[in-house]
Design a protein. Sequence first.
Length: 148
Amino acid sequence: MAKEKHVEGEADHYIKTLIGAVLGYAADGLDMFLLSFILVFIIKDFGLTIAEAGNLTLATTIGMWIGSYIFGLLADKYGRTKILSFSIILFAVATFLMYFVDNYTVLLVLRFIIGLGIGGEFGIGMAIVTETWAPDMRARATSWVALG
């Protein structure tokens, strides 16, 4: 397999894509991690059953699954950077709005929307790193992203 040639000065670009993807994965993972800790307080504050609380994590997971497909298709059609930016904004806005909710149904919908954003970021962030790094370094780069 022939080695790809890279333009001088692109090293910063490689590192920036890697750091961006790692931080994206870390933020998304932190969201799910923190949800598991604060779920006890959400149950108490909203008076939820265990099943309703479980639906919050389920809505996020289903959103991630659907978001990865939808945003992946959109990224292929309209460009990875644009769609990645949109998925990050979607995630951020829905996460921000979640803290003002006093209704279970709205909270459930926002968790789904947060999942859509996470799903978009996961696939597109990894694709950008994969496309940016040289073939002999891709496995290492994507391993770092996965650790994010």
